[in-house]
Design a protein around this ligand. Structure first.
Ligand code: BTN
Length: 321
């Protein structure tokens, strides 16, 4: 019922809608409408109530609520059928893997306002304060060979970078393999996890942590010098909802392009958005450290680094610029 009331108010963005009209269309009493309006207000919706004219929707809260996400979402599958939304959760990736094992559809998304066990790559934790970022996991069932699954991370990095640039104008770029940086500081991290047989992928969970409205002082001391947020980069608060909708839309476009035409074009886009290529990088290996010039990525997404005249192929791990 609340969703129906909201949808009616949304359809008349700058106008008042009388309680009588709403109650007639939805076939419920005016008292019931009034109660639902109070609940919506408590949930952060700004609704003006005029004694004679009725109700008018002034603003919606910056929560990533499923109804708000679906409204104006320009995707065919991502976020269309299943949106699992939590105020607080351990990790959206853990929940997405659980939902995938229970048989959720491709395109299901898991979102949380905060995570208390957010996970990063290489067993790191991910700082995920309430309402200040987009902590999102997407379930895909790609028709690729498991060998190609790591390229889902590159694909996601391309999509998120494009979406951020278009919505916020923050000129961020991709550091190999999957960090998105602004002026050398990390704004987005991506963690892709796969469930596969020898020759087929069951599902892939792409987890994205996007630091949206976190001030520099709010970051824990150990990452304060290396992390930043979109609001810090843009010097203004960034509404999360349109950004999330654009990320889903861009991710779906990249994904369908890869399914239809293969990885070549996406890898070219990655090269264009990269802040790693052309830089001297330190390779953080298990046993030894070396440095060289990052010259390209190959068809598998491995980083090609020129060290003392020969080309080394870096398949996994981290590099620092
Ligand atoms: C990294 O850079 O190390 C990857 C960070 C990935 C963080 C995101 S936040 C949403 C999703 N849920 C998690 O537990 N991790 C990913």
């Amino acid at each position: 019922m609340r969703t129906s009331i909201l949808n009616m108010l949304r359809n008349y963005p700058n106008e008042y809608l009388s309680g009588e009209e709403i109650s007639r269309q939805l076939a419920v009493s005016r008292t019931a409408i009034w109660k639902h309006i109070q609940t919506l207000k408590q949930g952060g919706y700004e609704i003006e109530a005029h004694p004679r004219r009725g109700y008018r929707l002034k603003s919606v809260p910056d929560f990533l609520l499923p109804d708000e996400i679906r409204d104006q979402l320009q995707t065919k599958t991502l976020g269309q059928q299943e949106i699992f939304y939590f105020e607080k959760i351990e990790s959206t990736n853990n929940e997405a893997k659980k939902q995938a094992n229970l048989g959720c559809h491709e395109g299901a998304i898991v979102l949380a306002e905060m995570q208390n066990g957010g996970r990063g790559r290489i067993s790191r934790s991910w700082f995920s304060p309430a309402g200040k970022g987009i902590w999102l996991s997407v379930v895909l069932k790609p028709p690729f060979h498991p060998y190609d699954a790591p390229k889902c991370t590159l694909l996601a990095a391309v999509a998120v970078t494009k979406a951020i640039r278009s919505i916020t104008q923050v000129q961020c770029g991709i550091k190999w393999p999957n960090d998105i940086l602004y002026e050398g500081k990390k704004i987005v991290g991506i963690l892709t996890e796969m469930n596969a047989e020898m020759d087929a992928i069951n599902h892939v969970v792409i987890g994205m942590g996007i630091n949206v409205n976190i001030s520099q002082e709010e970051f824990p001391l150990d990452i304060r010098e290396t992390a930043t947020s979109l609001s810090a980069a843009a010097h203004k608060p960034i509404p999360r909802l349109p950004l999330l909708q654009e990320i889903l839309s861009a991710l779906e476009k990249e994904y369908h392009k890869v399914i239809q035409y293969g990885f070549v074009e996406m890898l070219d886009e990655w090269r264009e958005l990269s802040v790693t290529l052309g830089q001297t990088v330190d390779i953080i290996g298990v046993s030894q450290k070396s440095s060289g010039l990052a010259v390209d990525i190959d068809k598998d997404g491995a980083l090609l680094v020129e060290i003392e005249g020969r080309i080394e192929k870096i398949i996994a791990g981290d590099v620092s610029i």
